[in-house]
Design a protein around this ligand. Structure first.
Ligand code: HEM
Length: 234
């Protein structure tokens, strides 16, 4: 075929196609994290402290896994690909409909980074904290003074409310995309696929064995951090 493409060909090239956007490790990470955070809240609220500690360690392993997968994983999971500076974020905010990429938008990236950092702070405080009576304490509580542990406990409680606020914002943003911009983000976090136009750079998949190694590292580092700590719940 010679010359410029026909209107039909142009339409086909411009048509939105379902393309991979989130790999299985990111999706499993996301929904396990959601489950563990709900369980952490429930177990703290109903005084199942031993379960709460296990759940917190689960969140910690997941976070370490995600940090590693953000370096070695698929292109849409890599921090280097989706964390953007203020200029890109500002440009995106001015014309959100013109953003042609797949994966986290520059604004979405901010919320992802904020959620991950806050969760890291939360689990770190949980490791060293004690409650006001000194009855419940984290596995690394012995490393800090009584006052510091108590302060960590207060912050752990306070930051949970900040976390709830960020989660509410996260869900509100997803609803905004659905209702105002007509984008179905949740479906993509379930199926791993999204609609994209021909010009979008395709996702490059990470290796499955790299995901397994990142997970093993997450579990091993968590185990190493609490090695030597008294049994949980005592
Ligand atoms: C405990 C509550 C939640 C937490 C802590 C959380 C955390 C996160 C994190 C860390 C990411 C980044 C994923 C990654 O790159 O690895 C993310 C993305 C995402 N989450 Fe959540 N999430 C929560 C609840 C939800 C809920 C209830 C929904 C659906 C209604 C949802 C839908 C999504 C979607 C669609 C994305 C991808 C956003 C995008 O396209 O950039 N999340 N979430």
């Amino acid at each position: 075929m010679t010359g410029s493409s026909s209107p039909t060909e142009a339409a086909v090239a411009d048509a939105a196609l379902a393309v991979p956007v989130w790999d299985l490790p990111v999706r499993l990470f996301h929904w396990t994290l959601v489950g563990l955070i709900a369980f952490s809240w429930w177990s703290a609220e109903y005084d199942r402290i031993e379960w709460h500690l296990w759940s917190g360690l689960g969140v910690m392993s997941l976070l370490i896994f995600r940090l590693l997968w953000g370096v070695f994983g698929s292109s849409t999971a890599r921090f280097g690909n989706f964390v953007r500076g203020p200029r890109a974020t500002f440009d995106y905010l001015r014309k959100p409909r013109e953003w042609g990429g797949i994966g986290h938008t520059p604004l979405g990236a901010l919320s992802v980074v904020a959620l991950l950092l806050l969760l890291l702070v939360q689990v770190s405080l949980g490791l060293v904290m004690s409650d006001e009576d000194g009855v419940v304490s984290g596995p690394l509580n012995r490393l800090v003074s009584f006052e510091a542990a108590e302060r960590a406990g207060e912050l752990h409680e306070l930051l949970f409310n900040v976390l709830l606020g960020l989660i509410a914002l996260h869900v509100a943003a997803i609803l905004f995309y659905r209702l105002v911009l007509g984008k179905r983000l949740t479906g993509a976090m379930i199926t791993g696929r999204t609609l994209a136009h021909g010009g979008a750079e395709p996702m490059r998949r990470g290796k499955w064995w790299a995901a397994v190694l990142c997970l093993i590292a997450g579990l091993a580092i968590t185990r190493w951090i609490i090695a030597g700590a008294p049994p949980l719940g005592t």
